[in-house]
Design a binder for this molecule. Structure first.
Ligand code: BV8
Length: 237
């Protein structure tokens, strides 16, 4: 394990970084998808077919997340952002815990569960109402509101994606924390960083499809392993 340069750092996070905050992951033992099939809930077709069911699932998740706090892994990334000259946090998560931990330079690949979007004119606004007073919620214009997230089969915001590609192409170090690396195009980012010469470190409680590519795989919970990794990288250990 070499000590890579910390001049330029990119981090990709998934649901696993929020697991120790009490937010269920998607594909783990308590995975969200185990109770719900993705195609039933996280697609535009499902929403058009049954907006009430989809919103009941999001309202339940919002209620659960509202009671969760950022953990030491989220806080370590906030410290890294302050320490590193060029730092980009790329997250697949929609729970808003990175923002609540103080991170600012965030690229939200899949949107944010605390924003809603008008299905007529795409106006986006924050909405932290827990529980929702009305399901499905409607816009003042009368149209349905939808969660401002990216569903399966929907394209990601091109500006966000281009910024993510640029960050991983220029970074010296890329951390991949708490993702099963099965959802694309997010899952393609670590290979781009590796091919561009970055030192790739994976933090997860189990091996993933990325592990063979990583320069270093740290098996353990992010809330314990990320603070320790950061202390080691900055010579504090
Ligand atoms: C798109 C919505 C263009 C918001 C989500 C290429 C190849 C194959 C398939 C595709 C491809 N390109 C496109 C696709 C189709 C699809 C896709 O990737 N399908 C997969 C499932 C096969 N992708 C799309 O549709 C994307 N759109 O590409 O547009 C296009 C359009 C049409 C057709 C083709 C292309 C849109 C993807 C976005 C979907 N929206 N969320 C919401 O409600 O949340 S994805 C959902 O999964 C979440 O955002 C989540 O973050 C994301 C990824 O999951 P993970 O974060 O990795 O979570 P998971 O539970 O899986 O894993 C947790 C990990 O943590 C585990 O590894 C576990 O071991 C670890 N862990 C647990 N505890 C801890 C821990 N680690 C550390 N510490 C712990 N304590």
């Amino acid at each position: 394990m070499r000590n890579p340069s910390l001049r330029s750092v990119a981090v990709l996070t998934g649901a696993g970084i929020s697991a120790e905050s009490g937010v269920p992951t998607f594909r783990g033992a308590d995975g969200l998808w185990r109770q719900y099939r993705a195609e039933e809930l996280a697609t535009p077709q499902a929403f058009m077919r049954n907006p009430t069911l989809v919103w009941e699932w999001y309202d339940w998740r919002r209620g659960l997340i509202a009671g969760c706090q950022p953990n030491a892994a989220h806080r370590t990334l906030t410290e890294m952002e302050r320490w590193c000259e060029d730092f980009t946090l790329i997250t697949q998560n929609v729970d808003g815990l990175h923002q609540r931990a103080g991170s600012e330079r965030i690229l939200e690949l899949h949107g944010d569960i605390w924003r809603v979007r008008c299905t007529t004119d795409n106006t986006v606004c924050d909405n932290h109402e827990v529980p929702l007073s009305r399901i499905p919620p409607t816009c003042p214009c009368g149209a349905l509101l939808r969660p401002d997230v990216v569903w399966f089969g929907e394209s990601l915001d091109s500006e966000v994606m281009n910024a993510a590609y640029a960050a991983v192409e220029r970074c010296d170090l890329m951390l991949v924390v708490g993702t099963s690396a099965v959802v694309h195009p997010a899952a393609s980012l670590p290979a781009i960083a590796h091919n561009a010469g970055a030192y790739l470190v994976e933090v997860n409680v189990q091996e993933t499809a990325l592990s063979a590519l990583a320069d270093e795989v740290i098996l353990g919970p992010a809330a314990r392993e990320l603070p320790e990794l950061w202390a080691r990288l900055t010579g504090a250990l």
